[in-house]
Design a protein around this ligand. Sequence first.
Ligand SMILES: *Cc1c(COP(=O)(O)O)cnc(C)c1O
Length: 433
Amino acid sequence: MFNSDNLSVNANNHLTVGCYDTVELAKEFGTPLYVLDEDLMRRNCREYKTALEYHYDGNGLILFASKALCTMYTSKLAADEGLGADAVSGGEIYTLFKAGFPMEKVFFHGNNKTHDEIELAISFGVGHFVVDNKEELELINEIAREKNFVQKILFRIKPGIDAHTHDFIKTGQIDSKFGVALENGEAFKIYEYATTLSNIKVDGVHCHIGSQIFDVEPFCEAASVMMNFIVELQDKLSLKVNILNLGGGFGIEYTSDDDPLTPSEYIGKVAETVKSLAMEKNVELPFLVFEPGRSIVAPAGITLYTVGSIKEIENVRTYVSVDGGMGDNPRYILYGSKYSVVLANNAAAKPVAPVTVAGKCCESGDLIQENILMPEIKVGDTLAVLATGAYNYSMASNYNRNPRPPIVAIRGEEKKIIVKRETYDDIINNDLI
Ligand SMILES: *Cc1c(COP(=O)(O)O)cnc(C)c1O
């Protein structure tokens, strides 16, 4: 019935997550409320790890793409599950560090890392930088030299594979703000240059072809393009590339239209491609890295809201307004993202009519979903939006000075607030005068 097997309906017809009644959670903690099913997040981490062990003898590392949900607690959880992390800013690196994350297992991404961020990352002992461009490379070399240190790096490569939709095409990708292109020789040149720098150790290649991808072919295609590049670097520069990092982007089920593969299916096929090319080209098997974010944490999260008003506009549509919106979930206004919405206090009820679920912010585009079939909804009902664990809290804002909701993590029969609800005083905290 639901897109995730941690969700069910109890005898009161209430939606449950793990062993908890969502209507009770909404009552206890207030709404809007993020609920994170820690057991499911951990299970997803393990599925990736197990897949890498099974299909590639564990010769690699799964990184949690922390931007999907970066908090102290989720950082500790990822560390506890033996994952590495990918970070894209000083703030994420700081969070990981403060959470006690093993910093040598952190890969630092981003297309415009600042001087301060580079310095912070080096001083915190971040294991690898994924370098985007020549200016950054020179800056890292300079800062590392001042610290008398050699920084390990990979470069972000545009492999020429566009996988933003279900159909992937092999052109156009050169037009991306991220990384260096293969097809015009830019990537080769920057590797050649990097080998001349005293405080840089070139350790690998990286690509990330997109997000919410359902096919395995684009990943295999990327793996094979990257393996050929590894061979080229070895042949022409005598450079031994240790790490092949293929990024994240594995799709998840937001609605019943989505049909994702399992981690084992993705990793199995990609590992097969890498192994057969390594054999054919006679290169050593690289240490294989993946960076799933969404697929680890999105399905583990739901958001609970309370319905405050219902506006039936005859012959137009019915707006159901909830006590959150683009402040806690900006993905609809950003991308028109699809979500499944459940009437949590009557979860087995049959849908009767289409409604538009709206947020409370001063933007007409502040919607949760448009024209979705829902059972009869009353003021005071609890709505649950599913699969909001990724890119919701991490993208949340205080627009309209709405405080951001808390996150309650549940694990078995345990429940705890891992991020507190913001107060109005939190909101004015940075206003000095
Ligand atoms: C965003 C991002 C990821 C994670 O993508 P998901 O779609 O959440 O799996 C991994 N690597 C890089 C470089 C990214 O930018």
